[in-house]
Design a protein around this ligand. Structure first.
Ligand code: 13P
Ligand code: ZN
Length: 270
């Protein structure tokens, strides 16, 4: 059996959590990540018949029966993942129609998966319907996106258009735009269901006054998606109080669609 700490998915998870902490997106225990793995990937590193603990999830997700996830632990600090991955991360397999998570590795201090597990798993179900290549759901608290939800309308079209206008390549990176949830109690199945619903039409879902969710095919791509939206929000927060002299027009965005072969969300451009 190979050393799981050297598995490419583990190395990438450790690098990503560290990088997110260094970006200031994950203060204290803020943020969580789940990464979908194939059984054949897991088998190289673990005896998949050796279940350490069975943990109830509190929801059902039959679509994820038998699927494996590497998930950050609840209450754990992203800054510490690199020093003690086995304490701060866990590898689980869902069974009982998603109602039970079988722990195969990690959470060695007796911990468990993130409190946002419902939002993560339900979002995986939603994104896999749209794109079977989707493997990552990522949540964090980037300051400028969060700040924006205090001063900008939460209308999804308006929110998206503002972000698109802030950097030329935003529309290329997230042509589906950004969906927005009003403030809701975090850690619940309700916010999980609402997030998953929003994930059907966009890979970015803002949680007003809280943070953002991103989904993608790998950790790098999902990180880059949030990074791009956060950069746009940063520019917005720098200029929102100043008179706007120039902007990226809808005509320019249509040119970007053509040049990069992307299609902006229906009716979001004039
Ligand atoms: P966890 O520590 O349970 O992952 O929660 C962090 C968080 O960001 C909640 O939204
Ligand atoms: Zn959070």
């Amino acid at each position: 059996m190979k050393n799981i700490l050297e598995a490419p998915f583990m190395v990438e998870m450790i690098r990503t959590t560290t990088n997110m902490y260094n970006h200031g997106w994950d203060e204290r225990n803020g943020g969580n990540i789940s990464l979908l793995l194939d059984e054949c990937q897991v088998k190289e590193y673990l005896d998949i018949d050796k279940i350490l603990r069975s943990i109830p999830t509190g929801f059902s997700a039959p679509e994820l029966e038998g699927k494996y996830f590497l998930v950050t632990g609840t209450g754990k600090y992203f800054k510490n993942v690199q020093y003690a991955p086995d304490v701060n991360l866990g590898l689980v397999r869902l069974t009982d129609g998603g109602e039970t998570a079988e722990l195969l590795w990690g959470y060695t201090d007796g911990g468990k998966f993130t409190s946002e597990f419902p939002a993560h798993m339900m979002s995986h179900v939603a994104r896999l319907k749209v794109n079977p290549e989707n493997r990552v759901v990522m949540h964090c608290h980037p300051a400028n996106l969060l700040a924006m939800t205090y001063v900008h309308t939460l209308d999804e079209r308006e929110f998206t258009r503002t972000l698109w206008q802030m950097c030329t390549e935003c529309i290329v990176v997230f042509p589906d735009g950004v969906n927005v949830l009003p403030w809701m109690l975090c850690g619940t199945n309700e916010i999980g269901e609402a997030t998953a619903e929003k994930m059907l039409t966009a890979r970015l879902v803002v949680w007003s006054l809280h943070g953002i969710y991103g989904a993608g095919k790998d950790l790098d791509e999902t990180f880059g998606l949030i990074e791009t939206a956060e950069k746009a929000a940063e520019i917005y927060m720098k200029i929102a109080h100043l008179p706007r002299v120039n902007t990226i027009t809808d005509d320019m965005m249509h040119q970007l669609e053509q040049r990069f072969g992307v299609k902006a969300r229906d009716s979001y451009l004039s």
